[in-house]
Design a protein around this ligand. Sequence first.
Ligand code: AHR
Length: 317
Amino acid sequence: MKTPKLLLSFLCAGLLSAGASLSAADKPLSVGFSQIGAESGWRTANTDSIKAEAAKRGIDLKFADAQQKQENQIKALRSFIAQGVDVIAFSPVVETGWEPVLKEIKSAGIPVVLSDRAVKVSDPSLFVTFIGSDFVEEGRRAGEWLAKKTGGKAVIAELVGTPGSAPAIDRKKGFEEVLAKNPGMKIVKSQSGNFTRAEGKQVMEAFLKSPDAKQITALFAHNDDMALGAIQAIEEAGLKPGKDIIIVSIDGVKGAFEAMAAGKLNCTVECNPQIGPQLFDLIAKVAAGQKVPARVAVQEGVFDETQAAAELPNRKY
Ligand code: AHR
């Protein structure tokens, strides 16, 4: 049962008058976290990891879901300033447009930790540290796997992540680095599916309806959710995903392993969302004024269809 607010204040007043006061050290650390949304299985696992770790550590977490809108994230960041939290952390939906609000946070003397995605700012002192994956490397890994699988010959359709987001920009960059070394591999279709399964399906349907659809031999999806949507579109078009069209994607969610075990997806490059423990280690150090590295990387691997069945029981997200 919830204790009514009024009763609580009487109890507190009683305690304080009896000489018991809450020292700053007894106060739980308060952290404002602005999450992008719930666009993918990856994001849901990331949110779960952050909330579970905060609860485990007794952190007063003020969590806000921005429903994939930068304006909502900016509002949430301003409300964290107003609430006077100890540390602000957030996963920026896109890379640019953060400078004004970051300056406001800096003026309020609140340290900022970036989680999962980076920002582009001219003043690096606007945030303390960034913990997240190396998205360029993930794109490279996807490209290298595809080059090996196809002997360097592929006509590729690309499902891009949210326009302007760090993973969409960096994964494309890493993948294209590999294409530059493999002249037999080229991207013939490229469009955003916004990291969601529904849009991944829609865009793949459009790709497959285009007059030159027959030449597509491979799909690079910037995340598993879009790949899973595309698999549905490929099947509905009467083709065999994983065979008629070789598919490589990024994240390593359970659904991707199930699709690999069923022979419908060929490879997923891991992007680990379970960064709650590492994130709060970092936040604790930042709050204590300790020195932290400017960039903290997350360890990840690459899994293909030959490893899917064995790895599936180990997947936690
Ligand atoms: O920023 C990480 C990316 O965001 C994940 O790959 C994607 O699934 C998510 O929505």
